[in-house]
Design a protein around this ligand. Structure first.
Ligand code: MRU
Length: 348
């Protein structure tokens, strides 16, 4: 994607160093963050310098490659196994992380160079899958469409293109009249901060809405379709995505608004028979109790916004049962959120 006049991917590797767009500083500052060791990359994933299923997967694959490239001595195999555990402990829900680590680990058992090649291949596949998702998804978008999205499943959440936003970018480029309602997505505001920044940067007309406005907009007939991303999809189509997705899906079903999930096959976890088996990440209560932003002098400030003394409960994801999902847009086509359709997708 282009920022200013330069082409960027969300995360990449040069030599042993992993580079990524520092997403905690967006939309106020555009900064590139460097990770010199696998451990630096782990911290960047945990602290959400890099976030979003595909980008986490690519970063995790690069972290695994960094471990293979740098581990030395007679304990090398132990060091690499421990590195794998550290990487897998960074964030539990996004399937892409475990998918990438497993592939790079297996390649690394042949050679460190193979680990690096595999990590780069995963990142490339992520970008190409997103591009294809854009092509399939754009076909669902009418000539004039008001689309709602939740969280950020744009190019910042992947290596390039994005999933939920890729069809929107392509539809706009095809001359369609698209307008996007962006759920703010508290507590970390990935919608208000990141999706809005992406759409603004791309010149796509949009407006940020508070999370609790989406039902009233759907009830008023202002939304033609909802497209969201996914962090993990079970074998029956139940989908884990950013907290708040479930309520949008229930409302969309009740009001007859099509609700699509856009995700690459790397996000499916067929070992989870249903959404009940998907591990849900809980994050620190400070994300709910405080907000960060920039003051008038351009300094990043963190302010308490909720009652001092109260505790907060902060699940990062919820699971939307497949019955609420109209279809899943993948790089191989659009499938029903249903066990048989998903099985067929993986057999082909
Ligand atoms: O916690 P995050 O920001 O890593 O959450 C992941 C997400 O960005 C969303 O759940 C998204 O909609 C799916 S991942 C592309």
């Amino acid at each position: 994607m282009t920022v200013g006049d330069q082409q960027y991917e969300t995360v990449w590797i040069e030599g042993n160093v992993v580079y990524m767009i520092q997403q905690n500083k967006l939309p106020f500052e555009f900064v590139i963050h460097k990770c010199h060791t696998y451990w630096d990359t782990c911290l960047a994933i945990t602290d959400m310098v890099v976030r979003g299923a595909g980008a986490i997967g690519a970063a995790a694959g690069y972290a695994m490659a960094q471990a293979f490239l740098t581990a030395k001595g007679k304990n090398r195999a132990v060091i690499i196994r421990e590195a794998r555990q550290d990487i897998e402990a960074t964030r539990p829900t996004a399937r892409n992380l475990f998918y990438a680590v497993e592939r790079v680990y297996q390649a690394g058992l042949r050679s460190a160079e193979d680990a690096l090649v595999e990590a780069k291949r995963i990142a490339r596949e992520d970008a190409m899958s997103s591009k294809k998702i854009g092509e399939y998804g754009a076909g669902l978008i009418e000539k004039k469409a008001n689309i709602m999205t939740h969280c950020n499943a744009g190019w910042l959440a992947f290596v390039d293109y994005g999933t939920a936003l890729a069809p929107i970018y392509l539809a706009r480029n095809q001359g369609k009249d698209v307008f996007v309602y962006v759920d703010e997505t508290r507590p970390r505001s990935q919608g208000g901060r990141l999706t809005a920044w992406e759409l603004y940067n791309e010149g796509v007309p949009h407006v940020i809405i508070p999370d609790n406005a989406s039902a009233s907009l759907m009830a008023a007939g202002k939304i033609d379709m909802v497209i969201v991303g996914a962090d993990r999809i079970a074998a029956n189509g139940d989908t884990a995505n950013k907290i708040g997705t479930l309520e949008k899906a229930i409302v969309a079903k009740a009001l007859g608004v099509p609700f699509y999930v856009a995700a690459p096959t790397a996000t499916f976890d067929l070992s989870c028979k249903t959404g009940k088996a998907i591990p849900i990440e809980f994050r620190h209560e400070d994300e709910v109790l405080y907000q960060t932003g920039y003051d008038k002098n351009g300094h990043l400030v963190k302010v308490r916004v909720n009652n001092p003394g109260s505790k907060a409960y902060n699940p990062a994801f919820d699971v939307t049962p497949s019955k609420y999902i109209t279809g899943i847009i993948t790089e191989k086509g659009i499938v029903k959120a249903h066990h048989a359709s998903i099985k067929k997708l993986f057999e082909e």
